[in-house]
Design a protein around this ligand. Sequence first.
Ligand code: CDP
Length: 222
Amino acid sequence: MSFNIAIDGPAGAGKSTAAKNAAKELGFLYVDTGAMYRTIALYLLRNQVAIEDEDALERALEKISVTLSYENGMQHMFLNGEDVSGLIRTQEVSDMASRSSARPAVRKKLLDLQRDLAAREDVLMDGRDIGTAILPNADLKIFLTASSGERARRRYLELKEKGETASLSEIQKEIEERDYRDTHRETSPLRQAEDAVLLDSSDLNLEEVVERIVSLAKERMQ
Ligand code: CDP
């Protein structure tokens, strides 16, 4: 039996970096489900699919194959065989991923891929509905969050480091809008599973978050 860890939480809580590092320390496969939604979003953007049109969306999804591979522990995403890992981190893709992931057909498309991975491997899977919908029987569930102000500050510093100009208040507004969309959508809204451990990272640095995840996992594995 594989050991499954589900980590859910809002945008910018530092989930992906913390999850990646914790997975490495535990020797688990890190599965970034956001990247899967981003891969579909890239196709939808490239082909200008009207995502509100149920039939058009269904037709488009039939033409999409999402696969992944791991190279030195790094997850690579493939869209119909093309490695798109370097193309899915733009603002445009983020926005489309957020909008299209609210469509039930999109979520359904990724369900089996996520469950199959978890059944085969010890995974640390990060997303929005992993503990509530994808892996309801996960061995450990963590809801990782931070205040919207702190999340905005982190994203601001990240952009600044990349040499991009950004407005802190603008970023905070975007984060709050995305939170609203993620928590109010009908299909698989973002919420803490009843049996999830709440981890608020507002006052914790990356190492402290990783340490907490690893120690929770080790406790459960005993
Ligand atoms: O890293 P960031 O929080 O910006 O986004 P992400 O985790 O890469 O996810 C991209 C988008 O996909 C988010 O806006 C989520 O709404 C959506 N998503 C989802 O609906 N379910 C998941 N399991 C993972 C992501």
